[in-house]
Design a protein. Structure first.
Length: 157
């Protein structure tokens, strides 16, 4: 009887294994996932994972990350060359100004300095920088050790 139930569940689940989506309207190819994707997304950079975990869901809602979620946005920023402190500053600028992360990123990509962006949004950059340093310290101490860097094995290892 148990074998019959297990076989029945396996047959019912078989079509689900071939599906590309998860039933939530997500386009996995656009996210870089799935078998037909143009490129495959690698492992999320440790900095992106650590920063994502340092902030709560209310913060991410206030920052207005893309529909792909904070992990995708932070990984993209990290891969584009932003360092941890700069990422934290961009997030704090976005949260405190009420502007979305995309608006802050656009200004930064046009070459504006972080202090200029803060001034445009009516924020005190000195206070924001001190907050960013405090957040970076928490990320380094509490979250980054959970995501060790991985390197390729060498011949002599």
């Amino acid at each position: 009887m148990r074998f019959a139930l297990a076989a029945m569940f396996a047959l019912l689940a078989a079509p689900a294994f071939g599906q590309e989506g998860v039933g939530l309207g997500l386009d996995l190819q656009q996210l870089g996932l799935g078998s037909k994707a143009k490129f495959q997304v690698g492992r999320m950079p440790p900095v992106a994972a650590a920063v994502e975990n340092a902030f709560g869901p209310e913060f991410w809602a206030r920052v207005s990350v893309s529909t792909a979620g904070p992990a995708a946005d932070l990984a993209r920023l990290s891969r584009e060359g932003c360092y941890k402190l700069e990422i934290v500053q961009l997030l704090l600028l976005s949260a405190e100004s009420g502007k979305g992360l995309k608006a802050v990123e656009e200004k930064r990509k046009k070459g504006a300095k972080l202090a200029e962006i803060a001034k445009d949004f009516g924020l005190d950059y000195g206070r924001l920088y001190e907050k960013a340093l405090a957040v970076q310290e928490i990320v380094d101490r509490d979250y980054l050790p959970r995501y060790p860097e991985r390197r390729a094995r060498r011949k002599n290892d």
